[in-house]
Design a protein around this ligand. Structure first.
Ligand SMILES: Cc1cc2nc3c(=O)[nH]c(=O)nc-3n(C[C@H](O)[C@H](O)[C@H](O)COP(=O)(O)OP(=O)(O)OC[C@H]3O[C@@H](n4cnc5c(N)ncnc54)[C@H](O)[C@@H]3O)c2cc1C
Length: 470
């Protein structure tokens, strides 16, 4: 009897356990459900929506070459998609529906309901872990409890991985002669398929060649270059990992090979890169352990008592990249114009919002979700709560990146700022750090806050909150 494979954030044919095992036990058809209303409710970014459509075209082609038809069905939200799965499974007479887990709250609730609905129709269901390398919940302390600090988590994670080994699945065997692929719709939720296509290339082959190019050309210098926004020093794989066109397993296997068959080996660059992938694992494991984080709650509950500022004018200036602090503005304009922001700048802009402006970090988290092509609830929430000092293993509340010092360290000549903030195109190396000091530049605003005052006021609020706890 046929099997149905339901694709979600795993849009690849290699290392895809749901697809691989479904193909071992019967003819397979595939399903992807577009849920525009749900995505709008989750404020999924236009860059991400367009990339989903382009990736579906690639996936459909790859599946068609294996003789597997892909159905792309529109269904407003997660609730209605439950019936869509059952209806499609019944229409092909499927005995089993295969899919890979998703970790966030709405998704896990939907999946439980899908499993129950399939069961009540006499259809089995098989689920797999594929978004992370190690299944959330499988890396625990000796007493069985979950880790909440990264370094011991990483140590244990590496030892579990060494015990179980890394298994990268090949693509499944062809199910029959190749067929004609279908195309995804040209538009979803008002966003055209080709939006951002010059920036974000879609599909599994692109992701694999990006991974190879990174391992060959940049990985060894990752440690040195990864913090410099004007240098292409990182892998740029986050949109692909978020979409599932490449797996964490595939990234780790490539790193292991470059490092001479070791997790921690001679290449400092690779060692550091593997750590970043483990941060991704960590935040996914944390989210599964604490689903309330997906409901806007702080990991450290006491910080929900902080009287966060909700000033909409300050928020808008930050969103537009018009704060008058050049590095913050350059980061926000990179986000607004490309749908991606360099990691160093994500930390700088997030800390500026949550620390100097003392705006509610959830406002920033939501804005990032609405713009990032790599928007991923676990990494985004983790990054925001780290920056705002409300999260687990977060930066201490009294540590605040000073955007001027950060610019001095990581954009020493001001080249990145100049590339993103045209008003400062003629500013010299020193002027670009604090343009207001030389009478300013036409069209570029004065700072929206005095950094020292912002810092002192935020520290005072935190100290009052902490005193109330003792
Ligand atoms: C406030 C804030 C918000 C963020 N939001 C997101 C988000 O929505 N989606 C997202 O994928 N990443 C997010 N990050 C993490 C990080 O900034 C990006 O993963 C990284 O910039 C992507 O670039 P890259 O692919 O070149 O990364 P590389 O440096 O090449 O790293 C390889 C991969 O490791 C993972 N990774 C790297 N750093 C981190 C990290 N700190 N936390 C979790 N995973 C990491 C990513 O999957 C990344 O693609 C956020 C960080 C902060 C501080």
């Amino acid at each position: 009897m046929p099997n149905l494979v339901w694709f979600r954030t795993d849009l690849r044919v290699r290392d895809n356990p749901a697809l691989y095992y479904a193909c071992q036990s019967g003819p397979v058809e595939a399903l992807f459900i577009l849920t525009p209303s749900q995505w709008l409710e989750h404020t999924i970014s236009p860059h991400r929506l367009a990339l989903i459509l382009r990736t579906l075209d690639q996936l459909s082609t790859d599946l068609a070459a294996l003789g597997i038809p892909l159905r792309i069905v529109k269904s407003d939200n997660y609730n209605s998609s439950i019936n869509v799965v059952v209806k499609n499974a019944k229409s092909i007479g499927a005995s089993c529906v295969f899919f890979n887990d998703e970790v966030a709250l709405n998704e896990t609730r939907r999946d439980s309901e899908v499993i129950a609905a399939l069961q009540s129709n006499g259809i089995a269901c098989e689920t797999f872990n594929a978004f992370t390398c190690l299944k959330p919940g499988s890396v625990r302390k000796p007493d069985g409890s979950a880790y909440s600090v990264f370094t011991p988590f990483k140590r244990r994670w590496l030892s579990v991985l060494t015990e179980v080994g890394l298994d990268v699945l090949p693509p499944p065997k062809a199910q029959g002669p190749s067929i004609t692929p279908i195309q995804a719709p040209e538009k979803i939720a008002g966003v055209s398929k080709d939006f951002g296509s010059e920036l974000w290339k879609a599909g599994e082959r692109t992701a694999l060649s990006q991974l190879n190019a990174f391992c060959k050309n940049r990985a060894d210098n990752y440690q040195r270059d990864r913090d410099i926004p004007n240098v292409r020093g990182t892998s740029g794989l986050s949109p692909q990992l978020a979409m599932g066109t490449i797996s964490a397993n595939q990234c780790l296997a490539a790193a292991y090979k470059v490092n001479g068959g070791r997790w921690v080996g001679p290449s400092e660059g690779i060692n550091t890169w593997v750590s970043e992938i483990i941060w991704r694992e960590f935040y996914n494991h944390i989210l599964v352990e604490h689903p309330r984080l997906a409901m806007g709650q702080a990991f450290r509950r006491e910080t929900d008592n902080l009287p966060w500022n909700q000033d909409t004018e300050l928020l808008e200036r930050w969103q537009k990249g018009e704060t008058g602090l050049p590095l913050v503005d350059a980061g926000m304009r990179q986000l607004n114009s490309t749908g991606w922001m360099h990691n160093r700048l994500r930390m700088v802009t997030a800390q500026f919002l949550a620390k100097h402006l003392f705006l509610d970090w959830r406002l920033g988290e939501q804005y990032f979700m609405s713009k990032l092509v790599d928007c991923d609830i676990a990494a985004n929430n983790g990054g925001w709560q780290w920056s705002a000092s409300t999260g687990t293993d977060a930066v201490p509340y009294f540590r605040m990146f000073n955007p001027i010092r950060q610019a001095e360290r990581f954009d020493a000549n001001g080249d990145f700022v100049r590339s993103m903030v045209p008003e400062l195109a003629n500013a010299g190396k020193k002027q670009i750090l604090e343009p207001w000091k030389d009478g300013g530049f036409a069209g570029y605003p004065a700072p929206i806050i005095d950094l020292a005052q912002g810092r002192d006021s935020t520290l005072a609020i935190w100290k009052t909150m902490r005193a109330g706890l003792t």
